[in-house]
Design a binder for this molecule. Sequence first.
Ligand SMILES: [Zn+2]
Length: 329
Amino acid sequence: MRANPISATVDYDKDGVQHGFLKLPYSHDGSAWGSIMIPITVARNGDGPTILLTGGNHGDEYEGPVALFDLTKTIKSEDITGRVIIVPAMNYPAFRAASRTSPIDKGNMNRIFPGNPVGTVTEKIADYFQRTLLPLADYVLDIHSGGKTLNFVPFCAAHVLEDKAQEEKCVAAMRAFNAPFSMMLLEVDATGMYDTAAEEMGKVFISTELGGGGSSTAASVAIAKKGVKNLLRHAGVLTGDLDVENSIEICMPDHQCYISSESSGLLELCVELGEPVTTGQTLARVYDIDRTGSNPTVYTSPLNGIFAARHFPGLIGMGDIVGVVAVKV
Ligand SMILES: [Zn+2]
């Protein structure tokens, strides 16, 4: 396979804290010999585990970028044992455009792995993670939230894996992150995901969904910052005790958990995020916006659980997720 065109301006083997770029050549109308400059920080102090931290896998999710840009200026190499690699905005063109996917090639970073060194811009970035960064890592944390179209109860997630020993390590890392909710996910379509790429390499992988709506809050950023520190302590990269409170353990066992809209129109939510719901309870109504006097389409809970995610914008389209009901473990 061809070499990846990205060159790093940081040296992954050097001790100390280095700030630099992943430099991806990109010739376009505005810059004939230009490059996309993806910010990266590497902090290293001797031998120890490597933690790979990413935000901005989707460009309109902000807890990861905020917590990680902050970490790049506060991390000190003398405080750590091992190595921390921080990429606050993984799909950097998407992040710059405040959109889920890249404005250059419409690439969705979390559906494009293992990427391609001679493919589109997004495929080239994915290939660099696949063949350069992931192999360096022992622990991988990818911080997501709902973006402009979804909002979630704040959770850290681990996947149900075939390798139960690996799953156990991921679950321990998820519990150490200690978001208000801890979610076991059975991925319905794992193809092309960064998660799957990391898990197939045997890495301890966790992700999050910490809010949404296309912005972040003081509370959701605090969860991200605390979780990152806890993970570094759990891995032995930072010393000190974990900062943990009670976390509600939930799971999304199958397709039933996802409620899709079979109409389009005006959304009325009938429950708040995090509220317990029972089978048959009305979760939402969708009104026809073309006429008055018609009955709204009613969406009910398919099971007993917790209302864990919601459609964010006020209008909803056919096939959009109305909401997600997770089950308490
Ligand atoms: Zn995302």
